[in-house]
Design a protein around this ligand. Structure first.
Ligand code: 13P
Ligand code: SF4
Length: 372
């Protein structure tokens, strides 16, 4: 099995904690927060985190800032400083509504760009410039322009895990939570039987396996989810009889087929909350299990997972410095924002639907093509 062990290195923040120290005031401010995470974060680590948590929570108010945190953030960030938490779609919807002038995006760069596209008048900050995404890096706006030349008359559905220039060349965005709905909607609106869906080949295959629309896809992949294999699931089932397997649709087709349920990070969280399986494994990024376990203490979590090196660039220290110095600001050309906004809005304006659930059958989709 190729999973990493679920040990997130906190030594960096321990060393950094030399700058901010635990004292009686910090303890009083953070004791109640520790209650939520005490089963995940040992107290000797908490002593390093607490001064940052207290300082960030104070600064948020002073700077009129809101923290939007993706479900993959570590437990300290997710549970102790975030104002809103969710999957990519939920965070985009929240960005539109927040009254604060400053948005601190605790996630990766494409998420911060999406917030900037939706709130161009606001200051949108990302705590680390290293927080990229292998999917976003797999395609450029120029690539999309060439694809459109090759397949004239077909709409371009673009996963939000892309840069703003890619969104600017697209017709509509999607997330893992609404991909099927978006594909079927746009095909109907354009009166076509094929759509271009970029850049995640696996997500595209997982959609293609259950729609009659032909999907023309790009060969991008999430470096975290593509590493899962169906034999990993067989091994988990053998080792933990009765375990319920939930997977993200960025996983390969056969992994989705071997799982009991596939949906966005938000859909996986809802599944655990509503169905309360006795034993569950989340086939996704490591920190999700910690965060979902905190909310569901009666569920047993099996913890093989893969780390997203980009998400893990976001640390308490980076967030503290980001707020203190109001860095790193997302700046996009106004013309690009205008064009990208059209494709993000086209998605957000669709009627709200329950999150997509990917039920992949054994049928290999006949109507699938990779752009060469
Ligand atoms: P969600 O939209 O499901 O939260 O996924 C985002 C992501 O980056 C998954 O790898
Ligand atoms: Fe990108 Fe994958 Fe990391 Fe999500 S988990 S941010 S898709 S590299």
């Amino acid at each position: 099995m190729k999973f990493e062990t679920c040990e997130i290195d906190t030594s960096k923040s321990k060393i950094d904690a030399g700058l901010l120290l635990m004292d009686a005031g910090v303890k009083a401010e953070t004791d109640a927060l520790y209650e939520a995470v005490k089963h995940i974060i040992p107290y000797d680590e908490w002593v390093a985190h607490a001064p940052y948590i207290a300082a960030i929570n104070r600064m948020k108010h002073e700077k009129d800032a809101v923290i939007l945190a993706h479900n993959y953030m570590t437990a300290d960030i997710f549970n102790c400083i975030a104002d809103f938490r969710g999957d990519s779609l939920a965070l985009a919807r929240e960005a539109q509504k927040v009254p604060q002038q400053v948005i601190v995006q605790c996630g990766v760069n494409f998420m911060a760009e999406t917030s900037k596209i939706l709130c161009p008048e606001k200051t949108v900050l990302i705590p680390s410039l290293e927080a990229g995404c292998s999917l976003a890096a797999s395609i450029t706006g120029a690539d999309v322009a060439l694809i459109k030349q090759k397949y004239p008359g077909l709409p371009v559905v673009t996963y939000v895990n892309t840069t703003a220039d890619v969104k600017a060349e697209s017709d509509i965005c999607c997330t893992s939570s609404n991909a099927m709905q978006v594909v079927e909607h746009i095909a109907k609106e354009w009166g076509v039987k094929s759509v271009i869906m970029i850049p995640d080949e696996y997500l595209a295959r997982n959609v293609a396996a259950q729609t009659n629309i032909k999907i023309i896809a790009w060969k991008g992949a999430c470096e975290v989810h593509e590493r899962f294999e169906s034999k990993d699931i067989d091994e988990i089932r053998e080792a933990y009889p009765g375990v319920v397997v939930l997977a993200h649709p960025e996983c390969p087709n056969d992994v989705v087929r071997a799982s009991d349920f596939t949906g966005s990070t938000g859909a996986m969280i809802d599944y655990v909350k509503n169905k309360k399986p006795k034993k569950v494994v989340l086939i996704t990024e490591c920190s999700m299990s910690d965060n979902v376990a905190i909310q569901n203490p009666d569920v047993e979590f099996i913890r093989p997972c893969n780390l997203c090196p980009h998400m893990k660039q976001i640390s308490l220290k980076a967030i503290y410095e980001c707020l203190r110095d109001l860095k790193h600001e997302i700046v996009l050309p106004p013309e690009m924002i205008k064009k990208a906004r059209k494709s993000v809005d086209a998605m957000l304006n669709l009627p709200k639907m329950p999150a997509n659930i990917y039920k992949v059958s054994n049928k290999i989709p006949a109507d699938f093509e990779l752009v060469s």
